[in-house]
Write a protein that binds this ligand. Sequence first.
Ligand code: PGA
Ligand code: ZN
Length: 423
Amino acid sequence: VIKKVHAREILDSRGNPTIEVEVFLDDGSIGRAAVPSGASTGSREALELRDKDPKRFKGRGVRKAIANVMEIIGPELIGLSVFDQEFIDRKLIILDGTPDKSGLGANALLGVSMAVARAAAVSLDLPLFRYLGGVTAGELPVPMMNVINGGRHADNNIDIQEFMIVPAGASSFSEAVRMAAEVFHTLKEVLQEKNYSTSVGDEGGFAPNLVSSKEAIETILHAASRAGYVPGKDIFLALDPAASEFYSDGIYHFEGEDMTASQMVEYYADLVQKYPIVSIEDGLAEDDWDGWSILTEKLGERVQLVGDDIFVTNPAILQRGIDKGVANSVLIKLNQIGTITETLATMRLARKAGYTTVLSHRSGETEDTFIADFAVGTQVGQIKSGSLSRSERVAKYNQLMRIEETLKEAVYPGVEMYRKYIR
Ligand code: PGA
Ligand code: ZN
């Protein structure tokens, strides 16, 4: 049973404060978890509580969320069984009392929810993925690795936020990591030859001042080939334009042009035609549901269309998307909704409707590798955790390689994941 709950302020990968929670059990077990933080957040995400005290961390302190854990949530959890995750998460939701988690803060809730799961796994002496997934958990996710950063994650001119390589042609997760790392280093050489910057953005990808998104794609494919891989067989591409960020007044302000939703769809159709792209996330803006319908109708059979800002891991909003036939995949970010139980509900709903799921880090991360275990435990299928540099990104891939090593019969779905979309 839970004996004590503690919270503290630590730093995330951007040097911003975030909350870390520890749950102590009567048997001596301790579970610890840290909460990540986004930059290109969806407007309907659960609220991340910040102090707004300009004298500390430019207003970004999380002491209020910490006080909510220590003074309000903690005392209510003492004496409860740590194994009843659902009961505890429901209790967190009731204590918060608001639809958007603005009562106590989604960061406060999620820190507790994750630390509870960790403490339970420690108490049973099980790896976290095993505790979450049971004896059958054994499938590694296909990684989408963000090797060129643009949009809000970098100070360059590219409007697409993430250009990801997908090493689906690998035979195992660790082979996928090796292939991607080789492409990453070859990409650095290619950028250097063109006299482009090779400094990295928030998610560890390069952030050069390329002239267009097409140049970014072609540069990556060139690097993949030079590294000895065949684009469209070994290595595929995934994009996250994060289009809400360049959408205003019904218009997409994209790479110097004003485009309608239909024009953006034509642009993506052209990209999918020319390049081995298997997935496009947030191709259109979170409020442009009509545009999303057009996008899904035109491209839904040819490419995975992932909803991030539009669904914000919220089961009610995802249900609306399913009813309207919008997208065919959902991005899963625990801190968009605030508890493990609600996250699992969104994933179940997606599966029932035939939508794929992609688990995601945030652009502000910590060294916590919770999502690596969560990916295997829930058999999520795909994960994006940034590039092949910056330890807060690589930590998740490293943990997945450790998990793969411990499994007797690890499964790596690879190209099967994108069978429908590969021509
Ligand atoms: P964020 O970006 O963590 O800054 O919101 C990630 C994404 O858009 O997928
Ligand atoms: Zn996104």
